[in-house]
Design a protein around this ligand. Structure first.
Ligand code: FAQ
Length: 336
């Protein structure tokens, strides 16, 4: 039902499978990696640009909730770590935009789509960071969920995306650990600190589970993306992995997961959970999350404020290229 609400194309149906596409699918089925110089179906290219650019937008918008706490971090030690982390997220955005550019994506156009509210960014970044514990939870749960998803994407069929993922995962694992360490300190601190950690987990738990996207049967892109090995594991498989990993960590911290239906199924060796509030998910991804509008406005203002820098870089690049051209014209020709 919900998949009809999300505007998307069934790319496979739109495309007639020709001989080149069949050969391409054979390469994918053999486990080969695709480089940007290889021929590829148009749908494959478009799907990648969509997913990679949304991922890049998420990294850039994702700087905001944590940046809110840089000036309020409880010590200089925590402040320097948080500064470095937020800067890392910006770097991840840049690797990803570069990766989309290898497919012919135009970075300016992709950015325009984000600023105009046409392109999505991860639902998780529409939630506010109300306490210092939220910074711990973002590292522990949000980066934790991002890693589960991205480790899987290291095996994606498109090589430049896989390479970006590999590097990003290394950095994300530091992020996850610093978040867990904040939670550990709070949970071993005063009663008030422990309560702050619990309150934070209560507000972020369900939103984190939504990061993995709709259930497989409601996910319009999954089937084709998995055929092309753009996605290696499904939304539900990754969500399950995350839950199985993180519930014991919460127990170790002495925190309660806010889900009355959470049970460990001994026979299956996995946790069973209650249902996500999908109405809330679709509200958030269509731009009506608590802070969806505010996040975009902050980005729009920052973009406008930095327009002079863009212009300066463009002018400098043009001048440097012209000077280089002039120099090569005046250089004596190499004897044949
Ligand atoms: N939020 O058919 P599917 C991070 C959209 S990085 C918003 O299942 P697909 C690091 C989906 O785009 C977090 N939209 O789609 C960090 C599609 O919309 P469209 C970002 C969502 O692509 C940490 C529609 O619903 N990570 O956190 C969401 O096959 C701390 C239908 O869904 C990535 O982007 C959602 N949660 O699977 C940064 C990883 N879920 O295009 C700062 C790469 C679904 O039809 C601080 N991406 N949608 O309009 C992926 O793995 C996939 O794109 C999925 C969605 C799994 C997110």
């Amino acid at each position: 039902m919900y998949s009809q609400l999300v505007s998307s194309e069934n790319l496979e149906k739109l495309e007639k499978l020709n001989e080149a596409d069949l050969q391409f699918q054979k390469r994918i089925d053999k486990g080969e990696s695709i480089e940007n110089t290889d021929s590829m179906p148009e749908g494959y290219r478009k799907t990648l640009i969509r997913q990679i650019s949304q991922h890049a937008h998420s990294e850039i918008i994702g700087m905001q909730p944590e940046a809110n706490w840089i000036t309020r971090a409880p010590s200089l030690y925590r402040k320097t770590i948080l500064l470095a982390k937020v800067q890392d997220e910006c770097g991840h955005g840049l690797y990803l935009y570069s990766s989309a550019e290898t497919l012919g994506g135009n970075r300016e156009e992709l950015t325009e789509d984000l600023l105009a509210g046409k392109a999505k960014f991860s639902s998780i970044f529409s939630y506010p960071t109300l306490s210092w514990a939220d910074i711990g939870v973002i590292g522990w749960l949000v980066d934790g969920a991002a890693i589960i998803n991205q480790v899987s994407l290291c095996k994606t069929s498109y090589a430049p995306y896989a390479k970006a993922m590999y590097r990003i995962c290394k950095e994300e694992s530091f992020h996850q650990r610093q978040g867990f360490q904040i939670m550990y300190s709070l949970c071993r601190g005063s009663e008030d600190q422990k309560q702050m950690a619990q309150d934070s987990l209560d507000r972020w738990w369900w939103a984190t589970l939504m990061m993995f996207g709709p259930h497989d049967k409601e996910s319009p892109h999954s089937e084709q993306s998995m055929k092309w090995r753009i996605k290696v594991e499904s939304n539900d498989e990754l969500r399950k992995k995350f839950i199985n990993q993180v519930v014991p960590q919460a127990e170790f911290l002495g925190l309660r997961i806010p889900d009355e239906k959470l049970r460990f199924n001994e026979a299956k060796g996995e946790y069973e959970t209650g249902e996500i509030d999908w109405d809330e998910f679709y509200k958030v991804i269509t731009g009506y999350g608590i802070q969806s509008r505010e996040r975009l406005e902050v980005r729009q203002k920052a973009h406008a404020k930095a327009a002079w820098l863009d212009e300066a870089v463009r002018a400098y690049t043009l001048k440097t290229l012209k000077n280089r051209e002039k120099k090569s014209e005046t250089m004596p020709k190499h004897p044949a």
